[in-house]
Design a protein around this ligand. Structure first.
Ligand code: HEM
Length: 225
């Protein structure tokens, strides 16, 4: 008998498999499909980018206090930070006074609040949110960038799509591999299976929070028939 079959799955496999269904749901949301299908105008893309700014502010403000944390600390890497890139994109999309009138949708506010709460009270939950966003940005985010450049004419990897460009990660595939190793290493710092399950559940919640944002964006930018 192949011994690999009897091995329990690694944590990175567990979290990826457990969130697979939610991933498909988020990916195939009406808003995402319309965005990737080139059917929305640049205002919808700008509105989406604004929502990301609120979420990443929560992720990256929250990261400060977690740098030394044994569970979340190893995940916090400066090369992932996105807020500065989002701000450059927003200045391009909305103009120099991009902050004026910037508003979080209710679903975005709820999402950011949950990230903040995890950052303050539960490092394992913070990791679930970190994984859901940054590994996604390094993966499907690249597809979104390509489509955005083509649809709205942004310069390749330039203003408007800098959020998707990780200048300091030369080899995203290798980075993702090492990130998955960090996830697998949680076995040591989080030996409790129940706590690991809670982290997986938080990841599913993170996907659901993203889907809720897409739903509200979809309502704001319905396609004219
Ligand atoms: C249209 C939108 C999307 C597309 C086309 C897409 C596409 C992909 C693809 C192709 C991968 C696999 C990459 C690989 O195996 O290296 C991936 C992974 C991932 N995506 Fe997405 N995705 C989208 C939306 C999202 C959203 C909204 C989230 C969550 C906020 C997300 C989170 C993730 C995560 C966490 C992974 C890593 C899975 C793992 O290897 O553990 N994706 N995505």
């Amino acid at each position: 008998m192949d011994s690999a079959i009897t091995q329990p799955p690694t944590f990175s496999t567990l979290i990826r498999t457990a969130s697979h269904e939610q991933h498909t749901e988020a990916e195939s949301s009406t808003f995402m499909s319309d965005l990737l299908g080139g059917r929305l105008d640049v205002r919808a893309y700008a509105r989406y980018t604004e929502q990301l700014w609120f979420v990443y502010r929560a992720l990256e403000d929250g990261a400060q206090a977690l740098r030394e944390d044994p569970v979340a600390g190893p995940f916090i890497r400066p090369e992932l930070a996105r807020v500065a890139e989002l701000e450059r994109d927003l200045a391009h999309l909305r103009g120099a006074d991009w902050r004026a009138g910037l508003a979080a949708l209710p679903a975005t506010a709820a999402y950011a609040a949950r990230v903040e709460e995890c950052a303050r009270t539960w490092p394992g939950g913070y990791v679930a949110h970190h994984y859901t966003r940054y590994l996604g940005d390094l993966s499907g985010g690249q597809i979104i960038r390509g489509k955005a450049e083509k649809t709205w004419g942004f310069d390749r990897k330039g203003d408007g799509v800098r959020f998707y460009v990780f200048e300091d990660i030369a080899n995203p595939a290798a980075f993702k591999r090492s990130y998955r190793e960090l996830l697998d290493g949680l076995d040591v710092v989080v030996p409790d299976d129940l706590e690991k399950q809670r982290i997986v559940d938080e990841c599913k919640r993170a996907f659901a929070l993203n889907t809720a944002v897409f739903r509200e964006l979809g309502a704001e930018f319905p396609l004219s028939a």
